[in-house]
Write a protein that binds this ligand. Structure first.
Ligand code: IVH
Length: 702
């Protein structure tokens, strides 16, 4: 690693602005919750690059630069704000939110009865000045009292119209950011232009907002969160805006054709109690991974103008609002290597090997890289500092390299020319590369998976045994196992009478496995253990699953329009295998399945109704209607159960198994070493039981 930053850093003002944003975010995370996004060395390199640029361009120094070198008369950030653009104080937990609200209510001398709850948009604050309904100036936050004129960006920001619906004079405040798709487009444009990319949507937005001399234009998005009449505006309109509740101001803003979060699934709401506030916080946190733009928390404000006016401001922030910060979903770490794995269906998938990094409560060592096109699109190199993203239950993924942190030691990622597993050719006609042998390439792994403990549970079928059978031509897929004769198995090397009989008995027992496990054994992409249980409970029989078209498959919770057509297509591919299983006498129904209640009856047409071991009254089952989460290691009677078997048990007992704790969770089964899920359940007041108590609850269903 060289000491001085490479001279290619920060080609222009926008690249400099991006680097400043990355450094500011790293410092804010470090001083906020102590989880820096950058290691010390990377941070120092970034700041050295910033210093080098500032030395050459003293007139472009940003007021917010971490070098603190802004000169007295810096030309940027010279537009005074009519009302200071302040920051928000933060809380990181439900308890701290309660403490903050209590101190605010003490200050007001009365309870707050209307709270406005909205997402905290992860972009950059901007003031959009409208005169007579026309957008005349855009000013960044700058140092809060003075900002930079970025009016050149007018016309490139979705959600910020050139004209309002009414000819009013007003300053709209809100966040400028890049949506996921705008970020993708921007990365493609920049790659085509100079072969590099943006680190993340926030720094991309920061750079883009200042870019004046780029030969390509990147689109931005605006979401408004406030409206200010000029302090000297004595019009009726201005007077009205000053006294309206915040929620009504926002409705007025939306009525002016300006985008607000009203147009999104995380629309602002008004809550009357802190419990309702907390409920909305949970909802927004759950929705976060699926949003088409980044949020980093939830902003809670007094909705009533009178409450806001009385609470006032501290030097940094309003006392009437607070940011409830959500855990970071991104970290920067090193890309150490790329592994190429061949999936059960022959798909060749690259996986990033990372310098381990803590994110969302877990240590991340691997992250998905999707496919080769994705690697090229992002311009990744070995040794790159990369942004890794993980939120909720999503698989961690590598977003982009941080080009500003390159040292010159990065190397291209070797791309395989032949299938890394069997050496045959690669079918590269689609974005997802595939071994030309398809499923046959992974036949050993596919059969091993089908025989696994959570699928058909055929004990004694180790990988070497499967290989022997394949080599001897006894089997070609896992359905052939059911046609093996005693003589054939006995004829294999190192196969005695007892082990032969044991293996054949295990295969015989496998015929009676529930449909959920038989379906899971097929290895259809996107249908792991819990999804297979959902599918089996939804349809009840293999016949019904095979008869379903994509629309019918979509009705299964968690299988949206993106995944459903793939499931249908794979089932068609698997026709021969499924028919063979049927001929072998393998069970093709879900025990205890009853057809879903007709929509016009009172019974809830919920999948839970089909979860019981006996047809009929599922409501009498011990976990009927309960949503149950398991965490930590099980002990006692539950010790030998895999997580899948625990989930099956919950569903047999009438409950619904889930992997994350929320307000809707009815019960948490917490074993040894239970971590963040237990803490969250405690905060939410969810009932917590240990493995023994749970075993008692489910009784004989165990
Ligand atoms: S209200 C006086 N509402 O968060 C400050 N800010 O950390 C009032 N932000 O600079 C700001 N979403 O850029 C408000 N719904 C929202 C917000 C929001 C994001 C940003 C804003 C502010 C920063 C403070």
């Amino acid at each position: 690693m060289t000491d001085a930053p490479p001279s290619t850093l920060f080609a222009d003002q926008s690249a400099y602005a991006e680097a400043v944003q990355l450094a500011l975010d790293a410092a804010a995370a470090y001083y906020g919750d102590g989880t820096s996004t950058l290691d010390d060395d990377a941070y120092d390199r970034l700041v050295r690059g910033i210093q080098a640029y500032e030395a050459e361009h003293p007139d472009e120094v940003l007021p917010s630069s971490p070098t603190g070198k802004v000169a007295g008369g810096a030309v940027v950030g010279d537009v005074p704000h009519t009302v200071p653009m302040l920051s928000l104080d933060n809380v990181f937990s439900a308890e701290k939110l309660v403490d903050w609200a209590a101190s605010l209510e003490r200050r007001l001398g009365r309870p707050v009865t209307r709270w406005s709850v909205e997402p905290k948009l992860d972009g950059l604050a901007i003031a959009a000045r409208y005169r007579g309904g026309r957008l005349v100036q855009l000013v960044t936050r700058g140092d809060g009292t003075k900002g930079e004129d970025v009016s050149h960006a007018i016309g490139t920001i979705v959600g910020l119209p050139a004209r309002l619906a009414e000819p009013v004079t007003v300053e709209l405040r809100g966040e400028v950011m890049m949506t996921v798709s705008q970020f993708e487009d921007a990365c493609v444009k920049r790659r085509a232009h100079d072969g590099t990319t943006f680190a993340n949507p926030r720094s991309a937005a920061a750079g883009t907002l200042r870019a004046q001399d780029r030969s390509y234009v990147c689109e931005l998005t605006f979401f408004g969160y406030g409206a200010l009449p000029a302090p000297d505006d004595i019009s009726e309109q201005a007077a009205r805006l000053r006294v309206l509740p915040h929620s009504e101001v926002m409705a007025w803003v939306a009525g002016q054709s300006v985008q607000t979060t009203d147009a999104t699934p995380v629309t602002g709401i008004v809550a009357e109690t802190l419990e309702q506030v907390q409920e909305r916080v949970e909802q927004i946190a759950t929705l976060r991974p699926k949003l088409p733009f980044g949020i980093d928390g939830i902003v809670i404000k007094c909705d009533l103008a009178a409450d806001q006016a009385q609470a006032g401001f501290s030097s940094r922030a309003p006392r009437w609002a607070i940011a409830y910060k959500l855990p970071a979903t991104e970290k920067i770490t090193k890309l150490l290597g790329v592994e190429w794995n061949v999936g059960r269906s022959g798909i060749i998938a690259p996986r990033a090997v990372l310098e381990p990094v803590d994110l969302e409560g877990s240590k991340i060592t691997y992250a998905t890289l999707h496919n080769v096109a994705d690697i090229t699109r992002r311009g990744l190199m070995l040794g790159d500092s990369v942004v890794v993203y993980k939120a909720g239950d999503v698989i961690p993924r590598v977003e982009a390299p941080v080009v500003h942190l390159r040292t010159g030691d990065e190397r291209p990622i070797p791309i395989p020319r032949v299938c890394p597993l069997c050496g045959d050719e690669i079918d590269a006609s689609q974005e997802r590369w595939r071994c030309v042998r398809g499923r046959a390439c992974r036949v050993i792994a596919s059969i091993g998976y089908a025989a696994g403990r959570d699928q058909l549970d055929i004990e004694g079928l180790a990988e070497n045994r499967i290989r022997q059978m394949l080599d001897a031509g006894l089997i070609a897929d896992f359905a052939d196992l059911f046609f093996l004769t005693r003589e054939q198995v006995l004829g294999l090397e190192r196969m005695g009478e007892t082990s032969t009989d044991n293996l054949l008995a295990a295969i015989e027992r496998a015929k009676a496995q529930p449909l959920s496990r038989v379906f899971c054994a097929l290895g259809v992409r996107g249908t792991g253990r819990s999804m297979s249980r959902r599918i089996a409970r939804h349809f009840g029989s293999m016949d019904a699953i095979r008869a379903a078209d994509a629309e019918a498959i979509e009705a299964v919770e968690g299988l949206g329009p993106k995944k459903a057509p793939g499931v249908v297509a794979e089932l068609v591919e698997l026709t021969g295998l499924i028919d063979k299983l049927i001929r072998a006498g393998v069970n093709m129904t879900q025990p205890g399945w009853t057809p879903p209640a007709a929509p016009d009856t009172d019974a809830k047409a919920d999948t839970d109704t089909n979860a019981g071991p006996e047809p009929g009254d599922a409501s009498e089952l011990p976990l009927a209607g309960m949503s149950v989460v398991v965490t930590g290691s099980m002990s006692g009677a539950l010790e030998a159960l895999t997580r899948n078997q625990m989930n099956e048990l919950i569903e047999r007992a009438g409950g619904k198994s889930s992997s994350s704790v929320s307000k809707k969770t009815s019960l948490l089964v917490a074993g040894e070493n239970a971590g963040s899920k237990r803490a969250k359940a405690e905060t939410l007041g969810v009932r917590i039981v240990g493995p023994e108590e749970f075993a008692g609850l489910v009784g004989e269903l165990l």
